[in-house]
Design a binder for this molecule. Structure first.
Ligand SMILES: NC(=[NH2+])NCCC[C@H](N)C(=O)O
Ligand SMILES: [Mn+2]
Ligand SMILES: [Mn+2]
Length: 374
């Protein structure tokens, strides 16, 4: 009896809000939806299911997507095309079909500063990258304030500067999981390439010995993450100076060698335990697609052999998803103009699968990526 009236009540609420396109607050919708499940289960009388389905089901995710087609952190044009390639694969609809509310905020537009070479520092496009990242930071902060999780589609990995800064401005004490073949912690003075995509962490880490002169365009960027709350997964190309930074700062890192020895689950759970020991931090997942093996993702500017396989990448996504605390994910360094067009699409499909699992716990299962499943 109670079950039936509850069901009617919640069904009316859910249906009319949908029909009239009412913008009910997510909390009300969530409550109505729970009520509806509760009524169904009361009717069926299955207590075990009640516990699992009603009490354990996570709230609907609200996701805000921003395209950050910044390419000036490295020498190629291609990463600028990645956000629209992922959109072309109906990324937003995939996430919606797995139960998320998705709002696409479109691509940010960046101004290119002419003659932008920081001569003293030997660093390319500093002002262009700096200004663009200030925009990214503000946008990420704005979306988080709306109560949405954020998906930042790069662009090269210099977008981590803005994305992490924006996240840190809203949630203090975030934990940063950096999935990458590279450590991206050079300073403008230790970098041998002068490319800012290999440097974002040197600007973000609080304990970093800030010895270089300030970088023009990045004056706004304040170190905001403690080295204790950063962990790397998938490293296999670390520059000489970067090694000593990792050692002196004691940054948690699981290299590919460690992962082969321990298994991906142990690596990721240990990393999360280290950087978020109380399990109460807002998690930032910065996912460089070159963490995956180039056989799976050939479309990237700095590929390194012996990377993660597809299953391992999906395990990372699953474990991060299960924390229910990931607020921001960056997907960077996908370069559709490298390798062949069909390989580029396949690379992007692999990333749609990983993004979908990270946010919703579920995935698309494209037939085209099946040969990567081992
Ligand atoms: N986000 C990346 N893919 N970074 C590659 C960095 C490569 C090299 N360590 C450098 O500093 O130039
Ligand atoms: Mn990177
Ligand atoms: Mn990388």
């Amino acid at each position: 009896m109670i079950g039936i009236s509850l069901e009617t009540l919640s069904r009316i609420l859910l249906r009319t809000s949908r029909q009239l396109d009412l913008k009910l607050s997510p909390a009300v919708l969530f409550a109505a939806e729970r009520l509806w499940r509760l009524s169904r289960l009361l009717k069926s009388g299955d207590k075990r299911k009640f516990r699992y389905k009603v009490l354990r089901r996570p709230p609907t995710q609200n996701i805000g997507i921003i395209g950050a087609p910044l390419v000036h952190g490295q020498p190629h044009q291609g990463p600028g095309a990645a956000p629209d390639l992922l959109r072309g694969l109906r990324l937003a609809d995939v996430l919606r079909s797995k139960g998320a509310n998705v709002k696409d905020y479109g691509n940010l537009e960046f101004k290119v500063v002419p003659n932008d070479f920081a001569v003293v520092l030997g660093c390319y496009n500093a002002r262009t990258v700096g200004n663009a990242n200030k925009q990214i930071s503000q946008k990420v902060a704005h979306i988080l304030k709306n109560g949405e999780s954020v998906l930042v589609l790069g662009g090269d990995h210099s977008v981590g500067l803005g994305s992490v800064s924006g996240h840190a401005s809203i949630r203090e004490n975030l934990a940063l999981l950096w999935v990458d073949a590279h450590a991206d912690i050079n300073t403008p003075l230790t970098s041998t390439s002068g490319n800012l995509h290999g440097m974002p962490l040197s600007f973000l880490v609080k304990e970093f010995p800030h010895l270089s002169p300030p970088v023009p365009g990045l004056e706004w960027c304040k170190p905001c993450v403690s080295s204790r709350n950063i962990a790397y997964i998938g490293l296999r190309s670390i520059d000489f100076r970067e090694k000593s930074f990792l050692r002196t700062l004691g940054i948690c890192n699981f290299t590919m060698e460690d992962i082969r020895e321990l298994g991906i689950d142990t690596a990721v759970t240990n990393a999360l335990d280290r950087i978020d020991p109380e399990g109460n931090r807002s998690i930032h997942l910065s996912f460089d697609v070159d963490a995956l093996d180039p056989q799976i993702i050939p479309s990237t500017g700095t590929p390194v052999p012996n990377g993660l396989d597809f299953r391992e990448a999906l395990r990372i996504a699953r474990i991060v998803h299960n924390t229910r605390r990931m607020s921001v994910m960056d997907v960077v360094e996908l370069n559709p103009l490298l390798s062949t067009p069909s390989r580029a699409i396949k690379s992007a499909q692999v990333m749609v699968e990983i993004i979908s699992r990270t946010f919703t716990g579920k995935r698309m299962r494209y037939p085209s990526v099946q040969d990567f499943e081992v």
